[in-house]
Design a protein around this ligand. Sequence first.
Ligand code: TXA
Ligand code: MG
Length: 341
Amino acid sequence: VDKKQSPEKLYPQIAQAAGLLAANEAVAFPTETVYGLGANAESDEAVKKIYDAKGRPGDNPLIVHVADQEQALGLVRDIPAYAMKLMNMFWPGALTVILPLKEDRLSPLVTAGLSTVAIRMPDHPIALALIKQAGVPVAAPSANTSGKPSPTEAKHVVLDLDGKIAGIIDGGATGVGVESTVLDCTKPIPVILRPGGVTKEQLEGAVGRVELDGGLADESAVPISPGMKYTHYAPNAPMTIVKGSRAFLQQTVDEARSQGMKTGILTVEEHKNLYRADAVIACGSLSQPESVAANLYRVLRQFNEREDLDLIFSESFSEEGVGLAVMNRLMKAAGHRVRSE
Ligand code: TXA
Ligand code: MG
């Protein structure tokens, strides 16, 4: 379904999924960023099913999804004025705020024992209806196997988690395509722990100064967000990000090919006919940076289907706007391997 349409056709499925959540089962559902794997955030039994299905390390806390701001305010304390402003401006939306935990009803498994909690109100009619009907806050990481690209289509969830979860609501392809921005709101100045759908520029426009976690700028620093230390999205064939001209990228690929390697290139619509490789895949269009984000995880999964490839080379993208999130995910997928002209 088009997420802008009302989710009426899916009402029976939403009701069924809400029943499963209330019965402490894990259910996958669409959000505007990526598909989430939801469970009752108040139940240890339910939350454990998320970690088990994903194979997720227990020290990587989950985001609690709420249906409205009021539900969020019941879970946290010491909310700075800037955080209230950001929730008012960007919720529902791709912004996750980290705040001190108030609610003692949440399962400690959700926060991995931390004294803070990550909360967001998704901008998707199916997700909002589901959380509301479930009647509990819904813990939900991305609905992928740990280490794989996040799912942007229901079929990605099926490929990763079929047989391991109680159900899935198919709401079509998600819109944003990268996860929410995770913002630490426990400090005087907010800190971006994970760049995402709401951009640094948008946050700065709203509240002035916003910092980037040291772990994002300096790879040797210890990341604050527990999830940032794990390898993510790693394609089967090693990936390298190439910084420089298209001629340099082609030259790099040609060198590998001359050594008998099968190569893939991740590029954009505008450039795809300019390259020669065993697989040239366009990830959106340069003229619409949002389309690169929207297609990124689907394209990374597409490369994984090409089992013949030995090496993948990716173009580098501008870090403006949602480009910051795109480059963050690409760098993780590449294990931070970069080749510069
Ligand atoms: O767009 C999204 O955020 C998607 C959809 C489903 O809402 N969810 C998602 O969840 O990406 P997940 O679990 O894949 O990523 C949550 C991130 C992790 O990097 C985790 O370490 C961080 O948020 N996080 C959660 N609680 C935290 C906390 N209390 N302090 C610092 N980081 C936290
Ligand atoms: Mg994830």
